[in-house]
Design a protein around this ligand. Structure first.
Ligand code: SF4
Length: 733
């Protein structure tokens, strides 16, 4: 599943007065146009109410050449227009939005002034041809002038967006030359975060109407915007085809592999095939429309997401500044503070971010499937290609190989465990962005079971025929090792026959911190208190770059490994999980599987692997990154790839019905799965994140699911001893 990004922005055309006369431009005016400060404040207010994270400040070039604009600027207390842009950006930052400015060709001093109050800036190169008919009367459209500004931004270490206009009279060769020129500047300064490939569209006449109003109206009208009807092309325009655009995407990727490629999704229907061709970004989907091509509304996020998911791509939000630039080398502290306060989950650390984007080597897939089927460990690039696979026939090969491997290692029987979850308290100090469960102590949704509540739940588990009690909670600031031991002892006292499967690596880390003991000593104490095994949760994705974006306060990979190894060392076995379908990349899942496989090779302590798809609905990560729930198809494909990635190292692969629903979990039985997990009886973690799949199943539901898949079922214990078998019903002849 490859991610395609967009930015949730709001556009302010601060001044449309411009010194240039470009023939294609519907934006600029040569009359005086400048928003007054109170109008700026009103627009910022609208922007924040509409959830924008980026303020896109568009302007004409040097509007103060117009005497009336200059007089108004003076009246507002600004010596020049750049000063007024900087003031607008400051106001945006105060409102929690990140400014991205594009003020045209500008001297380094102006770029530097704006650097103090922006997260990124931009200037289109447009074309490498200096004598285009459309640029007559626009001296600053000379490529040398524009490259000078782009280079100055590099010297100043400004995260920068540039790009080319396609179809304004240039030749196909000149398009590539323009990209080469941008690549040369980027090779020197490394500051280009994305390249926009913008095709020219002819505009109707607006008869003096303000493009901002037209854009807002068109955005409201959506696809029905009457202005979006095709216009006759002017004589100077050159034809642009989808194939040519796809070639430009390929050239951009070749020339600048670490730079994003943006296709505006409102200017043609070809954005989807261009994503297939390698485009990585759909730009700012401005809440108030496109002020440059105002008659073309942006498609809705919902529609884009739906269309992308059909081709195996996932849409997620980015900020206007790309992840790899979010540090003090590239961004002023005041701007960085806003990112840290409001958008911390977008900050990558330790190598996570677009610069790390790796090529997907689909050609490796057939051989990788064959080798995985034989149980061999795959290389990172092979696993990456499997996780990113979108070709239906290749996915079917993955499914078949996973199914065969399942049959060889776990047979036909579908196992389940009769268990009960008890989430003793949801009070938590960690604050993971993906979590809808953990609550601050004073939250109205915070709870903490009393001993009586706990006892009632244990009694209900016994009545239900449970063999396992699974105990996990948030990281409660007041609990020490003795409290955790206390719950185990109490459970054993109430029901000595129950197997206690308890405490995530994060909870164990908390016990170590508060007791001063090592993980091994803590596990010895917990085992004494009745612990039977430990859940391999808090693994999320075992890649520090991902962890620090989604749960920066959580234990790092090395500590997770150390804790789980300690549990295995004292003879306590564990499960192991992965949480996928959020902001992780295929190669980060490949890294997760490497860590899991190597740990299993050292200890042999994992009983089963449990893929947990991310439930986004009531989580910060879902809201801030615009992450939607993974599709059923992608979920199943990932499940099969996890089976292949494990090879013969862990025989049992579980489908989580809480996360994916029982129907999809049943289907997963032919995608490498042999286990349907537990009856649970109570499940707060997924439920509070918005899962719709219920919290309790009867054993009959799980047996029925296995039988519907044409497979016998069996109840197992936590450690995979078979308790009773449920053969397939014999159908009457
Ligand atoms: S995932 Fe666990 S540690 Fe993180 S906030 Fe939720 S309850 Fe707390």
């Amino acid at each position: 599943m490859r991610r395609v990004t967009f930015s949730r922005n709001f556009t302010i055309s601060l001044s449309r007065t411009c010194r240039c006369y470009c023939k294609y431009c519907a934006f600029a005016t040569h009359r005086a146009h400048l928003y007054a400060p109170d109008e700026v404040d009103r627009l910022l207010d609208q922007a924040t109410r509409r959830g924008a994270k980026e303020l896109l400040v568009l302007t004409g070039e040097r509007p103060e050449v117009n005497a009336e604009v200059a007089a108004r600027l003076a009246e507002y207390g600004h010596a020049d227009f750049t000063s007024y842009v900087a003031w607008t950006c400051e106001r945006a930052l105060e409102s929690g939005m990140l400014p991205h400015t594009n003020i045209g060709v500008a001297p380094p001093e102006d770029l530097a002034r704006l650097r103090e109050v922006t997260a990124s800036q931009g200037l289109m190169l447009e074309s490498i041809e200096p004598d285009l008919a459309v640029h007559q009367g626009s001296p600053t459209k000379h490529p040398a002038r524009r490259l000078e500004t782009i280079r100055a931004a590099g010297e100043l270490k400004i995260p920068f967006t540039s790009g080319i206009l396609v179809g304004i009279g240039e030749t196909p060769e000149q398009r590539v030359e323009a990209l080469e020129a941008l690549a040369a500047v980027h090779a020197e300064y490394g500051h280009l975060q994305e390249i926009i490939l913008q095709n020219f569209v002819a505009h109707p006449r607006y008869h003096g109407r303000d493009p901002a109003e037209i854009a807002a109206d068109a955005q409201l009208a959506g696809d029905d915007s009457p202005l979006a009807a095709e216009q006759p092309m002017p004589g100077w325009a050159t034809e642009v085809t989808l194939d040519q655009m796809a070639e430009l995407v390929a050239h951009s990727r070749r020339l600048m592999p670490d730079v994003g490629v943006q296709i505006p999704p409102n200017l043609s229907d070809w954005w989807a095939p261009l994503v297939e061709a390698g485009a990585t970004d759909l730009g700012g989907l401005s809440a108030n429309g496109d002020h440059i091509s105002p008659e073309h509304p942006f498609p809705s996020v919902h529609r884009i997401r739906r269309e992308l998911s059909a081709t195996g791509h996932a849409l997620t939000e980015r900020l206007c500044v790309y992840p790899q630039y979010m540090d003090s080398e590239w961004i002023e502290q005041g701007v960085l503070d806003v990112i840290k306060q409001r958008y911390w989950s977008f900050i990558p650390r330790r190598g996570s971010g677009r610069r790390e984007e790796r090529p997907i080597r689909s050609e490796l897939v057939p051989a990788a499937i064959a080798r995985a089927r034989d149980g061999e460990a795959l290389r990172p690039e092979e696993l990456t290609a499997l996780f990113a696979e979108t070709r239906p026939e290749a996915i079917e090969d993955i499914r078949q190989a996973a199914d065969e491997l399942r049959a060889e290692l776990a047979g036909e029987v579908v196992t389940y465990v009769v268990n009960r979850n008890i989430n003793v308290s949801n009070i938590c100090v960690v604050g993971c962005a993906f979590c809808g469960f953990g609550q601050g102590k004073r939250s109205p949704e915070a709870y903490e079971h009393s001993r009586e509540d706990f006892a009632v739940r244990v009694a209900a588990a016994v009545d239900f025929g449970a063999t396992e009690l699974c105990i996990q909670s948030g990281i409660h600031p007041d609990w020490a090792l003795e409290d955790y031991e206390g719950w185990l002892r109490f459970a054993k006292q109430l029901a000595p026959e129950l197997h206690l499967h308890a405490y995530s690596a994060m909870e164990v880390d908390h016990m170590c911190q508060t007791s001063g003991l090592s993980p091994r000593e803590v596990f010895e104490r917990l085992r004494e208190a009745g612990l039977g095994s430990t859940p391999g949760t808090a693994a999320e994705v075992l890649d520090d770059g991902v962890r620090e974006r989604i749960s920066p306060n959580k234990l790092p990979v090395a500590r997770w490994v150390e804790i789980i190894e300690a549990s295995h060392a004292v003879g306590l076995r564990s499960t192991v999980t992965v949480m996928f379908g959020h902001i992780e990349e295929p190669w980060e899942l490949a890294e997760h599987m490497r860590v899991v496989r190597e740990l299993q090779a050292r200890t042999g302590g994992f009983t089963e692997f449990v893929p947990l798809s991310f439930i986004p609905f009531q989580t910060l990560l879902g809201r801030t990154h615009g992450v939607a729930e993974i599709s059923r198809e992608e979920n199943l494909k990932h499940t099969a790839v996890f089976r292949l990635a494990l090879g013969k190292s862990i025989p049992s692969l579980q489908a989580s019905w809480v996360k994916m629903g029982l129907e999809a979990a049943t289907e997963a039985l032919s995608w490498g799965v042999n286990d349907l997990g537990g009856t649970l009886m109570e499940e707060s973690i997924s439920r509070m994140a918005g899962s719709q799949h219920g919290v309790r199943l009867e054993p009959e539901d799980l047996i029925g699911a296995a039988h519907r898949a044409g497979r016998p079922a069996a109840e197992r214990t936590t450690l995979y001893e078979i308790r009773r078998r449920h053969e397939l019903p014999v159908l009457a002849a």
